[in-house]
Design a protein. Structure first.
Length: 282
């Protein structure tokens, strides 16, 4: 992506909470606005149009990144890597394919975050402060055995090193862990349950939820248009028979109300539903 595109973006590293508030403040784009901006970028290489596309989707990246916090990597770094994926998606987005950018970009956002996790899985820091580094280098030699520390032993180590018992126990847990491959090779034919299997579910991601809401809204709008295409009697029959949450009238009850046979009500209902199906996209 053109480097000019990144110059006016909010900075993640220094104030994560402020960054989240900032990206949530950027307005969402309508389908028409998104298409116009995408065409300006695709046809004219309008960097400002591409920048607006990226800014309006930064909140999606922040939401996706939140699902990967269990890997011990900084949230700001996860967001930054996801933003790179978003910019790659904007660069490749084709508005003529009939897919919203949020759906297209999810692949690129997750791909960059996954790659970052894979690169750094074995490099996660276990000691960041001066006290933690001292604890890290001294704890192994101070332990009297390979068994877990008792509370009394943890208190003794904490006094010697000038840290809290909680820090001692946390560091012991980190040191007793071991590297686990995100996607190990299974040679015996058995099913593998690696950490990769527990990466964020697509159903939980904000981009997917947004796409689902947009689809539901389109379906509701199409249903209302289809209902309005019916005559008053047909519309009333369909609404009362199919759209009421409870106490839907029977064919015989409607027949008595309209002064016709139950079979006639059934025929009206069938024709109305057939007409509506032709007007509502699958």
């Amino acid at each position: 992506m053109d480097t000019a595109l990144t110059m006016k973006f909010p900075v993640v590293a220094h104030n994560l909470e402020g960054y989240i508030q900032a990206v949530n403040g950027y307005p969402l784009l309508s389908a028409e606005q998104e298409r116009n901006l995408a065409l300006r970028w695709k046809q004219e290489q309008d960097v400002e149009a591409a920048r607006q596309l990226v800014l309006s989707h930064l909140r999606v990246v922040a939401g996706v990144a939140r699902h990967y916090l269990g890997y011990g990597l900084p949230q700001a770094d996860l967001i930054q890597e996801g933003n790179i994926g978003l910019m790659k998606a904007v660069k490749r987005f084709d508005p003529d394919r009939g897919v919203r950018l949020v759906s297209f970009a999810l692949h690129w956002i997750k791909a960059e975050i996954h790659e970052y996790i894979l690169r750094n899985w074995r490099l996660v820091k276990v000691a960041t402060t001066k006290a933690q580094r001292k604890l890290f280098f001294n704890l192994r030699s101070m332990k009297s055995s390979l068994a877990s520390l008792s509370l009394a032993e943890a208190d003794a180590v904490a006094r010697d090193l000038g840290v809290s018992r909680a820090e001692v126990l946390e560091m012991e847990t980190r040191l007793s862990g071991h590297d686990v491959a995100l996607d190990p090779t299974v040679e015996d034919g058995e099913e593998s349950y690696s950490p990769l299997a527990y990466l964020a579910s697509p159903e939980d991601e904000p981009g997917t939820a947004l796409a689902q809401r947009e689809l539901a809204e389109k379906q509701r709008s199409a249903l209302q248009e289809a209902l309005q295409s019916l005559d008053e009697r047909s519309r009333s029959i369909v609404e009362r028979r199919w759209l009421k949450e409870s106490d839907a009238p029977t064919l015989h009850e409607l027949a008595a109300e309209y002064g016709v046979s139950a079979e006639r009500i059934r025929q009206i209902e069938v024709r109305a539903l057939q007409k509506m199906r032709t007007l509502i996209p699958a």
